[in-house]
Design a protein around this ligand. Sequence first.
Ligand code: GRF
Length: 192
Amino acid sequence: MTALPRIAIFISGTGSNMEALIRAMRRGCWAVPALVVSDTARAPGLRRAQDLCVPTRVITQNPDIERVLSETAIDVICLAGFMRILAPSFVRPRAGRILNIHPSLLPKYPGLNTHARALDAGDSETGCTVHLVTEAVDKGFILGQRRVPIRNGDTSEILSERVLKEEHKLYPDVLRRFARGYGCATGPLSAA
Ligand code: GRF
């Protein structure tokens, strides 16, 4: 029997995407939610992870990330609202095995304040993207997207809520497909 891929989810905040990923993995048994890492002890997502019985770690220094990964035998990392930019020396050897979700239709609006920027531009639609993480922020290979209409009277908050609902469908869908092809990966990320 082939072992299921072990997933670490990196968060900094609410963790609603993290929860969607954990629930989907648990429901379908296609991957193991092995670890949740936060770069701040104040992230509300930590409590959510604990309630879902997933081990959590708070890590504020890059070398500590390396150590925790080696202790936990992680195959794939999912960034889900993780606000720290990972060092190129961390990302480069793990290329193709770190995913991120971004609240815009990349390549449009990389970076922050995506909903305000879409509204300011008068766009009629926006959306969300799951992509591979590379050294260039929000520029990696796109694995999946979902479109969301922008309606008259929308604010950033309204749009953020509408997009977030789609994120919760997109990220588990993409990770499930990704995990299926994981057999071509080469071993635990700690060995990178
Ligand atoms: C999401 O909008 C995600 O696209 C962005 O940060 C937000 C995280 O939300 N990268 P949550 O913590 O998953 O609720």
